[in-house]
Design a binder for this molecule. Structure first.
Ligand SMILES: [Zn+2]
Ligand SMILES: [Zn+2]
Length: 294
């Protein structure tokens, strides 16, 4: 009888190391010299050299905060935050809770808060820039499904994907993951049909009103924000095909959670790019859809 997986499972108990430049975690026997996500063209290496720290130090330096943004919709973040500082969102449903994306550190208090909310049935993420400490969620909630898209498996070596999927996957009633590709090959968005909410990962990025952080003034879409690389027409058409079939009135990235951008605004941006040449520059919402943003 083959030993099966058993000889390999200790890889998932190797200590995790956090890159302070981007927030990505690697499991290795000793601190790695660098970070593959920073060296990818969609991020930048640190100008003064890599610094990777262990989980205990990360938890001491970067406490987790949380807030309920809407009934049953929770945001978790680190303050202060290492790296690019993504938020994670946890959606409560009567069939169980789903976590999508995450902060670089889920500290013990935050995990207790998740337990008090009923734990997690499903863990998912848009793409590796926003996975955060996804391994900590899997360690804390070992019975939760981990539904990452297999096109980004090379970035998920710190965890064990339990529920790979193709074009779309309804992970809980009314909660569906959709493959958009584009920014990353496995880039995923989460749609909550009952709340008409789209968690869009880095498919869209918002410039916020400095007086009202829930109000976006401009929106952009990009292959690589840090280098201003636009998406291709084919990638934009794929984003459009996904957005067009979903009903949503709010669209939140891991970095912004405005209340004034829904499907009409998202499609208007993509149609603007498809009518001309795709750009990574932000477009003013008032210019894009003036009738909607008065
Ligand atoms: Zn990094
Ligand atoms: Zn990204």
């Amino acid at each position: 009888m083959s030993p099966g997986l058993d000889p390999f499972l200790p890889a998932l108990t190797l200590p995790p190391w956090l890159c302070l430049n981007c927030g990505f975690w690697q499991r290795r026997s000793a601190p790695p010299p660098d970070c593959p996500l920073c060296l990818d063209a969609r991020h930048v290496p640190p100008p003064t050299g890599f610094e990777l720290i262990g989980a205990e130090q990360a938890e001491q330096r970067f406490p987790t905060r949380w807030a309920e943004l809407e009934p049953g919709v929770w945001r978790f973040w680190n303050q202060p935050a290492p790296g690019i500082g993504p938020s994670g969102y946890v959606l409560q449903t009567t069939a169980g809770n789903v976590a999508f994306d995450g902060p670089a550190v889920w500290d013990a208090r935050a995990l207790d808060q998740l337990r008090s909310l009923g734990g997690l049935a499903v863990i998912a993420g848009s793409h590796p820039h926003a996975y955060g400490a996804i391994h900590a969620l899997q360690d804390a909630f070992p019975s939760a499904e981990l539904a990452l898209h297999p096109a980004d498996l090379r970035w998920s070596a710190a965890v064990r994907v339990t529920w790979p999927w193709d074009e779309e996957l309804e992970v809980l009633p009314g909660i569906t993951l959709w493959l958009t590709g584009g920014h990353f090959a496995g880039h995923t968005v989460l749609h909550d049909s009952e709340r008409a909410l789209l968690l869009c990962g880095d498919a869209l990025k918002f410039e916020l009103d400095s007086h009202d952080p829930r109000r976006a003034l401009a929106v952009s879409a990009h292959k690589a924000f840090v280098r201003g690389i636009p998406l291709t027409r084919g990638e934009l058409r794929r984003y459009r095909a996904v957005f067009a079939q979903l009903d949503f009135s709010r669209t939140w990235s891991p970095f912004e959670y405005p209340s004034n951008v829904g499907r009409d605004e998202a499609l208007a941006l993509i149609d603007r790019f498809l009518a001309g040449r795709p750009s990574a520059d932000p477009v003013d919402l008032a210019d894009l859809v003036p009738e909607l943003q008065r």
